[in-house]
Design a protein around this ligand. Structure first.
Ligand SMILES: Cc1ncc(C[n+]2csc(CCOP(=O)(O)OP(=O)(O)O)c2C)c(N)n1
Ligand SMILES: [Mg+2]
Length: 655
């Protein structure tokens, strides 16, 4: 290990970080300065990676969970030779068009594995990366060739470890013995408000011990020690490891180190001058020649290592053509079409139950679909056939994951699985608890990850469980997240198509809202409805001639609308099932107008808040629910809340 060179790399990380942040007049110098040594040794010595091929499937992964320290990542990626982060990007840190965005953004820079910044989620996404590694290793490795064999490293700060999501994920990682997950804890005892003594005095080491992790301790500023501890972490194959590194925020800044002042504001010209004098930084945006030389030599080594892997991969491909075929399918980013289940008009079936049949079909066609539920496997109806197996310590090839009652971590872990590459992930819980996972769903959307969220028990028709379990605002609130598809199928047949739609694209998360209660499969007026539904809506019941009104409904309320149409015989009514309002709203006017003709009275019916439906109907023409529900049998609750066919008929008949 060339300690002199590593010191120069750390010096360069500090120099680039303070200057970029000063120039942007915005950013967080505390972490890059305080943890520069870790960046140097990780990218210089410990990680198996190659900047010449940032997508190398078997590279080690690194997640900067403490994403506010983004200059740490940009500096080290730039120094290591990742072409996407140029000096120009660093000099335009946090400006529009720069790849050096405020926080690390997945997809902007090859070399950034995950979007981070929402504290704690990086720990859970890293857990997902480690899950994916075990699954792919179990499926593809042979006795002769280990084509999947890499580590997941994550850097977490005090904030990450205060956040509940890291606790959920770490408990999960410990239980499942993710031995190749290695977390460095930047333990500087400072956050924005000041000392961690203000609000965080628990014993993190004891907590992680009880999770079932190996707990190691050292100094951020001792390269040999970090190398030794990392070896120890790798040697423990049955447990994840946390390496608690005592550090000093803003290290190197004489006036600010060790203080909350260093956390999130530029040092200022005077303090930069003092820091440069203190550290021996000769000028602006300084890169030490020894750092550049070191990485230039490393790049040759890395190339060799990667080429070694490539020839192993080729030999493996020759010896295992079937596995290779599956590998290519897994990594294609495309789902194979499934033999979807069929249903008969008149059949009574809950859409969650139909959803299970569709899931099983999609999973049969796509062996890389993995996932599970937050302890609601039966109620959510998301089990896979027995031969798919359950993912456990002993069976890493299993595809069903028992996430435990950890909705937020579940979703963030699915993001990690999806980001890893090779796998598609789904997860599930009750619709009303989508709020528990929402911040991770938001990141799925931001990172364009096609995670499928199966959200069952999607309305007051849940019944007896009462208002805590009856979604009111949840469906509407999911619809407002950009790049998120909310699909609320109205019967079993639509549910099968919804699953197909969920996996036939790979750039957006999909939330499928499914019913607990039985729904009658209805005949569809549009003979081409399976195609038309891909616009987000189609005509279920056609009116003779020009309709007096178009009733737009979603999910179980389409059945209610059909019933109401029967009960209003004098009216010419068209019924439209709007599977996905956002998708429909994004269609060209000609498509929209053919289904909901402009100028025709529109009536909307959905068992939830009306928010967002005002575009389609006048407030008095929207049958919605604007308050929390009640405990009781579902039909009684519906009556009590006024969500009935009769209530809809009243609206229809109002002049
Ligand atoms: C979920 C979430 N809550 C709040 C913030 C705002 N925030 C950014 S950094 C930070 C303090 C983090 O402290 P620590 O992890 O110790 O980082 P350090 O100050 O040591 O760099 C906070 C509250 C955030 N980014 N994410
Ligand atoms: Mg801190």
């Amino acid at each position: 290990m060339n300690i002199k060179a590593l010191e120069k790399i750390a010096l360069s990380v500090r120099a680039l970080s303070i200057d970029a942040i000063q120039k942007a007049n915005s950013g967080h110098p505390g972490l890059p300065m305080g943890a520069a040594e870790l960046g140097a040794i990780l990218y210089g010595e410990l990680m198996r990676h190659d900047p010449a091929d940032p997508a190398w499937a078997d590279r080690d992964r690194f997640v900067l969970s403490a994403g506010h320290g983004s200059m740490f990542l940009y500096s080290i990626l730039h120094l290591a030779g990742y072409k996407d982060v140029s000096m120009e990007d660093i000099k335009s840190f946090r400006q529009i068009g720069s790849k050096a965005a405020g926080h690390p953004e997945y997809g902007m820079v090859a070399g950034i594995e995950a979007t981070s910044g929402p504290l704690g989620q990086g720990v859970a996404m890293a857990t997902g990366f480690a899950v994916a590694e075990t699954m792919l290793a179990a499926r593809f490795n042979t006795a002769e060739h280990k084509v999947v064999d890499h580590y997941t490293y994550v850097l977490a700060g005090d904030g990450c470890l205060m956040e509940g999501v890291s606790a959920e994920a770490s408990s999960f990682a410990g239980h499942f013995g993710l031995g190749k997950l290695i977390m460095y804890y930047d333990s500087n005892k400072i956050t924005i408000d000041g000392s961690t003594d203000l609000s965080f005095t628990e014993d993190v080491a004891k907590r992680y011990e009880s999770y079932g992790w190996q707990v190691l301790r050292g100094s951020m500023y001792d390269f040999a020690e970090i190398a030794k501890l990392t070896e120890q972490a790798k040697a423990e194959t049955g447990k994840p490891s946390i390496i608690i590194l005592t550090s000093v925020i803003g290290k190197g800044s004489p006036g600010k180190e060790g203080k909350a002042d260093a956390h999130g504001a530029p040092l200022g010209a005077d303090e930069i001058a003092a820091t440069r004098a203190n550290l021996g930084i000769p000028g602006d945006f300084y890169v030490a020649p020894e750092a550049s030389e070191f990485f230039a030599a490393k790049r040759a080594e890395w190339k060799k290592a990667r080429e070694g892997w490539v020839s192993m991969f080729d030999a493996w491909s020759k010896a295992n053509p079937e596995k290779r075929g599956e590998w290519d399918a897994f990594h294609s980013g495309r789902a194979a079409p499934a033999a979807l289940p069929g249903f008969k008009a008149g059949e009574q079936i809950a859409t969650r139950t139909a959803g299970n049949k569709a899931l099983v079909a999609v999973a049969a066609a796509n062996a890389n679909l993995v996932g599970g539920s937050a302890d609601l496997k039966g109620p959510n109806a998301v089990g896979l056939p027995a031969d798919a197996g359950t993912w456990t310590r002993e069976n890493r090839a299993g595809r069903y994951i028992h996430f435990g009652i950890r909705e937020f971590a579940m979703a963030a872990i699915c993001n990690g699985i999806s980001l890893h590459g090779g796998l598609r992930a789904y997860c599930s819980t009750f619709m009303v608890f989508s709020d528990y996972l929402r911040p991770a769903l938001r990141l799925s959307a931001l990172m364009k990850q096609p995670v499928v969220y199966v959200l069952t028990h999607d309305s007051i028709f849940v019944g007896e469980d009462g208002p805590t379990h009856q979604p009111i605002e949840n469906v509407a609130s999911l619809r407002i997240i950009p790049n998120t598809r909310v699909l609320r199928p109205a019967d079993a047949e639509e549910t099968a198509e919804a699953w197909a739609m969920a996996v036939e694209q790979n750039e957006a998360p999909v939330a499928i809202a499914l019913s607990r209660q039985n729904i009658t499969v209805f005949p569809k007026a549009d003979p081409d409805w399976k195609n038309t539904i891909r616009t987000g809506a189609y005509v279920v019941k056609q009116a003779e001639g020009t309709p007096d009104a178009v009733i737009i409904a979603t999910g179980s309320e389409v059945g209610l609308a059909l019933e109401a149409a029967e009960k209003a015989p004098g009216k010419k009514l068209r019924v439209v099932s709007m599977l996905s309002r956002e998708l429909f709203e994004s269609q060209p006017a000609a498509i929209r107008d053919a289904i909901v003709p402009p100028g025709t009275r529109a009536i909307v019916c959905e068992a939830g808040v009306r928010s967002g439906w005002e575009r389609w109907a006048k407030p008095e023409d929207i049958l919605s629910i604007e308050c929390f529900g009640e405990s009781g049998p579902a039909p009684k609750v519906a009556e009590h809340m006024g969500m009935t066919a009769d209530a809809l008929v009243k609206i229809i008949n109002r002049a």
